[in-house]
Design a protein around this ligand. Structure first.
Ligand SMILES: Nc1ncnc2c1ncn2[C@@H]1O[C@H](COP(=O)(O)OP(=O)(O)OP(=O)(O)O)[C@@H](O)[C@H]1O
Length: 262
C-alpha cells in the first residue's frame, strides 16, 4: 500500500517500519516582520505505516499546522513533505488535489455529513463524485467494523453524534486512503461516544491495516494511539510509545514543570 521512504524508522516493535508520510526540516511561518509567527520550526517527523499516531501539545504549539502540512492542505515555508515515496511539496495544485483525493482521508471535529443523504450514501459520496468504483467487499468490511450495519438507511439526524462520526470515519476508510488525518475527531462527542469512535479507529488500524494520524488535546484519546508526538512552540519535543492516559497526562504536566508550554 505505502512505500518505505529512503530513511526507514524504528517502530514500536523495534523493527523497521514503512513510513506513510514524513516531514523534513519543515518550517511554517505566518505573516511577516514583527507579526511573523513561526508555527513549525524545523520539524522532522516520520509517520509509521499501519500505525495510529497522536499529535499533542498545548494550544498554539502547531498541531493543526503540522497535520495540515502533512496532509497537503497547507503549504510549507521551507522543507519537504512526503506521502509515501512522493514529495508533495514539489507538486502543482492540480496534482496535489488529486493526491489528496486519491490517497488521503480526513475526519474533522464537525462530522460534515450531508443531511439529505442516508448513511450509506454519505459513505460512498466522495467516491461517487470522483467517479470511482466502490469496492463492495471492502465497503462491507468497513461497515461491519464500524458496526453501522442496521443504520445504513438512516439520515444523519436519525443518528447519534457518535454514530454520525462513525459514518464520517467509514466515509474516510471506504476509499482505502493511505493515511487518514483526524483533527480532534472526538472533540464534539461526549466521552462514551468518543470512546466508541476511538475504539473503531483503533480497530481499523489493527484489523484493516489503516494508517491514522490524529490531533488531540485529550490524554484518553491519545492513549488509543501507538505513538504520541508532543509539539511545543512549533518543535517536536518528545514522543511516547504505547501510551496510557495516565502517562500522557503525566508527560503534559512534566512539560509545565520545565516551562516548555505556555
Ligand atoms: N492562518 C494563520 N495566520 C496566522 N497565524 C496562524 C494561522 N494559523 C495558525 N497560526 C498561528 O500558528 C501557531 C500554531 O497554530 P496551530 O493552529 O497549528 O496550533 P494548535 O497546536 O493546533 O493549536 P490549538 O490546540 O489551539 O488548535 C499559533 O501561534 C497560531 O496563532
Amino acid at each position: 500500500m505505502t512505500t518505505a521512504l529512503t530513511q526507514p524508522t524504528t517502530g514500536a516493535n523495534g523493527g523497521r517500519v514503512a513510513v506513510a508520510a514524513a516531514g523534513r526540516r519543515v518550517v511554517k511561518a505566518y505573516g511577516a516582520g514583527e507579526t511573523r509567527v513561526l508555527a513549525l520550526d524545523r520539524v522532522d517527523v516520520d509517520i509509521a505505516s499501519g500505525a495510529f499516531t497522536a499529535i499533542m501539545g498545548p494550544s498554539g504549539s502547531g498541531k493543526s499546522t503540522l497535520m495540515h502540512c502533512l496532509a497537503g492542505l497547507d503549504t510549507v515555508s521551507e522543507g519537504e513533505i512526503w506521502v509515501g515515496d512522493q514529495e508533495i511539496t514539489k507538486l502543482k495544485d492540480k496534482k496535489l488535489t488529486r493526491l489528496r483525493r486519491d490517497r488521503i482521508g480526513f475526519i474533522f471535529q464537525a462530522f460534515n455529513l450531508l443531511p439529505t443523504l442516508n448513511a450509506a450514501e454519505n459513505i460512498t459520496l466522495p467516491m461517487d463524485i470522483a467517479g470511482r468504483r466502490v469496492d463492495k467487499e471492502w465497503l462491507g468490511r468497513v461497515v461491519e467494523t464500524v458496526g453501522l450495519g442496521g443504520r445504513l438507511k438512516h439520515r444523519p439526524n436519525q443518528l447519534s453524534g457518535g454514530q454520525q462520526q462513525r459514518v464520517a470515519v467509514a466515509r474516510a476508510l471506504a476509499a482505502r486512503p493511505e493515511i487518514i488525518f483526524g483533527d480532534e475527531p472526538t472533540g464534539n462527542l461526549d466521552s462514551r461516544a468518543g470512546a466508541e469512535v476511538l475504539r473503531f479507529l483503533r480497530q481499523s488500524v489493527d484489523e484493516l491495516g489503516q494508517t491514522i494520524v490524529m490531533v488531540t488535546h485529550d490524554p484518553v484519546a491519545a492513549s488509543y494511539a501507538d505513538r504520541v508526538l508532543y509539539l511545543a512552540d512549533g518543535r517536536l519535543v518528545d514522543e511516547m510509545l504505547r501510551p496510557s492516559a495516565e502517562a500522557v497526562l503525566d508527560r503534559m504536566k512534566h512539560f509545565d514543570t520545565f516551562g516548555r508550554v505556555s
